[in-house]
Design a protein around this ligand. Structure first.
Ligand code: SF4
Length: 402
């Protein structure tokens, strides 16, 4: 089976007017950057027609393609950021069953939305969905707006997501340029410039607008993203079955994986995190993170980053005092798990700890609870905690009597 590639964010929205008045601009741009394949109209038309014919015949059947409901498309677009289609599908079905429309999402407590999102990561997306649903209800009477300015004003909707919603749900000529589109375009044109540099992005956007079909905006955008997701994949593009191979400069060169050209990324920092499983009479103390910031609003075992000169045990004790004002002592090490975020990675070390004193109060959290281990699944935790919770629930009869 061909790979399904995640969509990446960070794209730009470009508007192509119906009737192609933008083509003069595009030709100027194409002339300046001298692509390996000349962006002439005959080439563009041939390539565009082949792409759309392929999409008409082979588009994947996906639940958000059943109709043009902007709510359903919006949810899918947010979920597909940083996450692959096959991972999104079960979450999407559950989320839509739980929150079938904007009104249901707006009326739900944030905790319920975070719980429905649990396991997908990037929780800011869920918090922004919830906030945006509230704004759609209060500002637009519950109707998802169909104007670019209004859509871009909603929390969590950037130019890429706005272009996708407006073109797919409303048929507006907005050009999507996501990671898949960048890959396809840089390969079609064998673009030598660094794709993440400002000049490279400008050329890619100019080419995306040139290539765009304002007569079928939603289909065209979906076709480009689909091609990048299932055929023109990063490491092993299936050029032998690609509908646009006949117009592809990278294919002709014989090394499409070279594109897009990227400078090496800096190494991600790695942090050691210590967290305390604080026991009192068979119950565990959990804390809710502040709503703003990384993993905002999620529940966690109190803990934080190891500071210089500190043992991990000392970190756990210090964090419990700083976050909740409780005094604890470490009884024993429980387990460690590794987890990678976008810009850094962590090793999370868990310690079974004895509660010694102090009434919990929120010094650096937004809520706290003493709960039985069986209740852990009722709370939304960051993904890094998933294995810890699984282990605690499996071992509940052999946990230390602290
Ligand atoms: S021919 Fe190969 S490199 Fe070119 S667009 Fe198709 S899959 Fe990508």
């Amino acid at each position: 089976m061909r790979k399904q590639q995640q969509r990446s964010t960070g794209a730009r929205l470009g508007r192509a007017e119906a009737g192609r008045p933008e083509q003069g601009v595009v030709r100027d741009a194409a002339a300046q950057w001298q692509p390996a394949v000349a962006a002439d109209e005959e080439w563009l038309q041939r390539c565009r027609a082949a792409l759309l014919a392929w999409f008409d015949a082979s588009a994947r059947v996906l639940p958000w393609r059943e109709d043009r409901d902007p709510y359903r498309i919006w949810i899918s677009e947010i979920m597909l950021q940083q996450t692959q289609v096959r991972q999104v599908l079960p979450y999407y079905e559950r989320f839509l069953a739980r929150f079938p429309d904007v009104a249901a999402l707006a009326a739900a407590p944030l905790d319920a939305v975070l719980k429905a999102w649990e396991g997908m990561g990037y929780y800011a997306r869920a918090r922004n969905l919830h906030r945006a649903a509230g704004e759609i209800v209060t500002r637009y009477g519950g109707r998802f707006p169909g104007e670019a300015e209004a859509v871009l004003g909603l929390p969590g909707i950037g130019s890429y997501t706005a272009a996708a919603i407006l073109s797919i749900a409303f048929g507006l000529p907005e050009v999507v340029v996501d990671g898949n589109v960048v890959r396809v375009i840089t390969r079609l044109t064998a673009m030598a410039e660094e794709a993440r540099a400002a000049a490279g992005r400008k050329k890619i956007e100019a080419m995306a607008v040139a290539f765009f079909d304002p007569g079928r905006p939603g289909d065209f955008n979906e076709a480009m993203m689909e091609l990048g997701a299932v055929i023109c994949t990063p490491r092993s593009p299936s050029c032998d079955v690609c509908p646009v191979a006949g117009c592809c400069a990278a294919f002709r060169e014989g090394a499409p994986e070279r594109y897009p050209v990227k400078s090496p990324r800096r190494a991600r920092p790695h942090h050691q995190i210590a967290a305390a499983l604080i026991w009192r009479e068979g119950r565990l103390l959990i804390a809710r993170r502040p709503e703003k910031g990384l993993l905002g609003g999620l529940w966690e075992f109190p803990g934080g980053k190891q500071e210089s000169g500190e043992s991990l045990e000392q970190t756990a004790v210090r964090e419990a005092a700083e976050e909740l004002g409780v005094e604890i002592e470490v009884a024993e090490k429980y387990m460690s798990v590794d987890h990678a975020y976008t810009h850094f990675s962590i090793t999370l070390h868990l310690f079974h700890c004895r509660y010694l004193g102090g009434s919990p109060s929120c010094r650096a959290c937004s809520d706290w609870r003493w709960i039985a281990p069986e209740q852990l699944r009722e709370y939304a935790f960051p993904r890094a905690n998933g294995r810890v919770i699984d282990a605690l629930l499996q071992e509940k009869n052999v946990l230390p009597k602290i």
